[in-house]
Design a protein around this ligand. Structure first.
Ligand code: SF4
Length: 313
C-alpha cells in the first residue's frame, strides 16, 4: 500500500478563490518560502523517507501562477525538482503530485517543471480543481483552465490529471439538471474527485458564508441528499470516491501561522489534525468540516454512508 507525504510549501496564492481556507492569510514571507523548500529538500533527500513513503505531493497555496517571484525561490524550487527527477528515475519515488490551479494564461513555471521529467512522465500527476463560481472569477479564468488542461493532455499525454470538484449547491443543481455534467469534465481528459464544501474560517456559519461570498456554496441538506442519491444511482464510482480519506496524503508537512507542523491522518476514524479554534468533533465522531449544509447541522459523511447503504440494499 503506497503512503503519501505531502508538503504545504506556503500560503501565497494569487488566485484568491472566494471560498479558500486561506482567506485573509494568503501571503507567506519570501524567506519562509525559501526555508520551506529547503526543509522539503532535506526530507526528500533522506533515502530513509522512501522506505515509509512512495508518493510525494506538493500543495501551495499555489506554486505555478507567479507566486515564485524571486530568483532565489525559483532556484531552490528547481534544485528540488532535479532531486525529484533523480529519485523518480531511481524508483525511490513512485508517484509525484503537483497541485496546479491552471487559471492564469502564462504558467511557465509549471511547463518548466514538467519538462524536467521529460523521459520519466509515468507516475506524474497534476491535481487541479474545477469550480464555476468562486475560483473562475470571470469567463477568462475558466477558459484559461480549459486551455491549460488541453495543453497538458496534448503535449504531456503521459501525465495524469485529476480534478477536484466541490459539491456546492450550484454543482448539485447542475448535476440534477444535467446528468452528463461530470462526464463532460471527464471527457476533457481528467479523472474526478468530489468533495463537500467546507467553511472558510472567516465566517461563523454556513449561512453567513453563502451570504458574504455571494455564492450558492453550501447546499441545503434536502438538495444534497437528492444529489448523492442520483449520483449513487448513476455514478457509484464517484460516490465511493467522494470524501474518501484514503485518497488523501498520510502525512502533511507544512507551515501554518508561522509554526512548522507535521500532521498525520488517522484514516480509520477520519480524524486529522484540526484547527481547535474553528473546528470541533461532532457527536458522530467526524470533524465539523463535514457539517456542510446551509439550513441545518448535519454530517455529510454520515449521510453519504446512509445513502450508499440504501443503494446497496
Ligand atoms: S487556488 Fe487553491 S490555494 Fe489558491 S485561493 Fe484557490 S483554493 Fe486557495
Amino acid at each position: 500500500m503506497s503512503k503519501t507525504l505531502q508538503f504545504e510549501l506556503w500560503h501565497t496564492c494569487l488566485n484568491r478563490c472566494k471560498f479558500c481556507y486561506l482567506q485573509g492569510d494568503q501571503e507567506t514571507p519570501r524567506m519562509d518560502m525559501i526555508r520551506n523548500i529547503e526543509e522539503a529538500y532535506d526530507i526528500i533527500k533522506d533515502e530513509e523517507t522512501w522506505k515509509e513513503y512512495d508518493t510525494v505531493s506538493f500543495i501551495g497555496g499555489e506554486i505555478f501562477q507567479g507566486e515564485m517571484d524571486n530568483q532565489i525561490i525559483i532556484d531552490r524550487w528547481f534544485t528540488l525538482v532535479e532531486l525529484l527527477v533523480d529519485y523518480h528515475k531511481k524508483g525511490l519515488i513512485k508517484q509525484i503530485y503537483f497541485c496546479a490551479t491552471l487559471t492564469f494564461p502564462k504558467i511557465r513555471a509549471l511547463w518548466a517543471t514538467l519538462d524536467y521529467f521529460a523521459d520519466c512522465y509515468d507516475g506524474l500527476w497534476i491535481l487541479t480543481s474545477y469550480d464555476e463560481e468562486g475560483r473562475f472569477h470571470t469567463e477568462e479564468y475558466k477558459q484559461n483552465w480549459l486551455d491549460n488542461l488541453n495543453y497538458i493532455v496534448k503535449f504531456y499525454p503521459k501525465i495524469k490529471v485529476n480534478t477536484t470538484v466541490i459539491c456546492t449547491g450550484a454543482v448539485c443543481q447542475k448535476y440534477l439538471e444535467n446528468p452528463n455534467y461530470f462526464k463532460e469534465l471527464e471527457d476533457l481528459g481528467t479523472s474526478l474527485f468530489l468533495k463537500v464544501p467546507s467553511r472558510p474560517k472567516l465566517y461563523k456559519t454556513n449561512k453567513e458564508a453563502n451570504e458574504k461570498m455571494k455564492l450558492n456554496f453550501f447546499p441545503t441538506r434536502e438538495l444534497f441528499l437528492e444529489f448523492i442519491t442520483e449520483l449513487g444511482n448513476n455514478r457509484p464510482d464517484l460516490l465511493d470516491k467522494m470524501c474518501n480519506i484514503n485518497l488523501r496524503a498520510d502525512t502533511l508537512i507544512g507551515k501554518w501561522k508561522n509554526q512548522s507542523f507535521t500532521s498525520n491522518r488517522d484514516k480509520s476514524t477520519y480524524m486529522e489534525e484540526f484547527d481547535k479554534e474553528t473546528e470541533f468533533v461532532m457527536k458522530c465522531g467526524h470533524i465539523s468540516t463535514y457539517n456542510a449544509y446551509l439550513n441545518e447541522d448535519g454530517c455529510a459523511l454520515c449521510d453519504i454512508e446512509i445513502i450508499k447503504g440504501q443503494l446497496n440494499g
